[in-house]
Design a protein around this ligand. Structure first.
Ligand SMILES: Cc1cc2nc3c(=O)[nH]c(=O)nc-3n(C[C@H](O)[C@H](O)[C@H](O)COP(=O)(O)OP(=O)(O)OC[C@H]3O[C@@H](n4cnc5c(N)ncnc54)[C@H](O)[C@@H]3O)c2cc1C
Length: 454
């Protein structure tokens, strides 16, 4: 690895980049390659800037070349060339990951999958239905495609415009997770994965074999196509409620656990977050907001549960567009909107019953904490947001959260930090030269507590 004189960032050097471009141009056409500096800069970063700790380390990497193949079949051939020339490869969907997952820390090839977006086959029936698609298909397109077959996606992230491959490789869950869990909980029935082992072949993984490729940042291989389970399409309704305060809001959120069938999504924001969300007549910044996506035939029951817990129902809006508006305010979008108004805030992904049983103790960890919750069966998950002071403040608080029974996932870390054993079990075979998204796997296998030495 050399260093680019202009940027000071790791690079494969001009000569090797030219050789790479020549070889890849012969494979996929020179018009599918780019060395345009503005494009390289744009595609060499994701949403890492949402973390003040990562933000201070940007730019952390810059690709030497971008390749944008148009079909899944081209990807294993591209990886064969990268293997032969020993060039690092970072796959990328839409770059909506927020932890630097898609930053090419070692330079090399940025493999833009976003043009490989064919929906190949929709099969099965009822709960056994599935769709097979190329990895670059957007989740929204996929949902539209399966709707024509009376089906819907089981789980999708609040960034519904992101790719299927990026969601499986970088995301974790979202709308539908109350019922179906995370994207590693049986959503995926099969994957075709391109390894970087010089073979130019594809690995076909089914069932449990797919796990080492899910939420692995492409380190174990590039997902070129995926088959995911679907659910029979249902009529969804968005219900918006307001609660006088956060504790009442948590009561209202929990009351929705009694709904049968359960909501597809249910979120709670306290007032400071509500004030930062895009204006809507169903959002009252003086009150906490409780929003849910529920099936049309239980909307009255949902409204009764919310009212019974002390909330006021402000709007009931039928249809998927209305439901997706609630999706677009969920998960990390709460942080996104809060930071637009208050750039000084940092966030942590958190989980645990103290978030609704003992919020004052949770708030005592970081001064100025505000909370966003997502309903789950066992325990709530959510975003804890607070004014940022220093990395030490953030890390010390993580320990304090664990002591009070709140677990966290840190967005201040671009190292892979989940299911490392599964990844390590295959990576030596699928990427023997360590060329896939290098720099994201800690040598000593530390877990989510991993943090840089200060
Ligand atoms: C405001 C905001 C809200 C978000 N909400 C959610 C949410 O609700 N749920 C959730 O799970 N995530 C969420 N995210 C994170 C992210 O948007 C999603 O996970 C998204 O689905 C990532 O898709 P992408 O196409 O943008 O992937 P990218 O960001 O392009 O890539 C993500 C990771 O996967 C790797 N990768 C990309 N494509 C492939 C491939 N084909 N094969 C192998 N590796 C690949 C990349 O190298 C990178 O490591 C959110 C992020 C933001 C900024």
């Amino acid at each position: 690895m050399t260093t680019d004189i202009g940027t000071g960032l790791p690079s494969i050097g001009a000569a090797r980049a030219r050789e790479l471009a020549d070889r890849l141009g012969a494979l996929i056409g020179a018009d599918r390659l780019s060395t345009d500096p503005a494009k390289i800069e744009r595609l060499s970063v994701d949403w890492a800037h949402m973390s003040p700790i990562l933000s201070a380390q940007l730019p952390a990497g810059r690709a030497d070349l971008i390749a944008t193949p148009t079909s899944a079949e081209q990807i294993p051939e591209i990886l064969r060339v990268a293997y032969q020339l020993e060039v690092p490869v970072t796959p990328r969907g839409t770059g909506l990951g927020n932890y630097g997952q898609a930053i090419p820390l070692h330079g090399g090839l940025l493999l833009d999958i976003s043009a490989c977006r064919a929906v190949e086959e929709i099969g099965g029936e009822g709960d056994g239905a599935w769709v097979r698609a190329e990895a670059g298909v957007r989740m929204r397109e996929l949902d539209t495609a399966v709707a024509a077959h009376g089906q819907e996606l089981r789980i999708y992230p609040s960034t519904k415009g992101s790719t299927l491959g990026g969601f499986l490789a970088g995301g974790s869950g979202g709308t539908g997770s109350i019922t179906y869990g995370s994207n590693a909980d049986g959503l995926v029935t099969a994957l075709d994965v391109a390894p970087c082992d010089g073979s130019g072949a594809l690995i076909h993984a089914e069932g449990e074999e797919t796990v080492p490729y899910i939420h692995a940042y492409g380190i174990t291989g590039v997902i070129v196509r995926a088959t995911v389970r679907l659910a029979p399409r249902r009529d969804w309704v968005a219900i918006w409620a307001a609660a006088p305060d956060y504790p009442t809001g948590t009561e209202a959120l929990r009351a929705l656990l009694e709904l049968d069938p359960e909501p597809r999504l249910a979120s709670l924001d306290e007032q400071a977050v509500v004030a930062a969300l895009p204006r809507d007549p169903a959002l009252d910044p003086a009150r906490a907001s409780v929003r849910a996506i529920v099936q049309a035939h239980v909307v009255d029951a949902a409204a009764a549960l919310l009212r019974g817990a002390g909330a006021e129902v402000l709007a009931v809006r039928p249809g998927l567009v209305a439901a997706d508006r609630i999706t677009a305010l969920s998960y990390n979008h709460s942080t996104f909107h809060l930071q637009k108004r208050h750039p000084e805030y940092f966030h942590l992904e958190v989980a645990g019953t103290p978030l609704w049983d003992d919020p004052d103790t949770v708030r005592s960890v970081y001064p100025g904490t505000v909370l966003h919750l997502e309903l789950m069966r066992e325990r709530p998950i959510g975003m804890l947001m607070a004014p940022y002071v220093s990395p030490d403040q953030v890390y010390t608080g993580m320990d304090a959260l664990e002591e009070i029974g709140v677990s966290y996932h840190s967005p201040h870390n671009w190292m892979l930090d989940r299911r490392l054993d599964d990844v390590r079990a295959v990576v030596g075979r699928t990427d023997p030269r360590g060329l896939l998204n290098p720099g994201k796997l800690t040598p000593d296998g530390k877990d989510a507590r991993w943090r840089p030495a200060s």
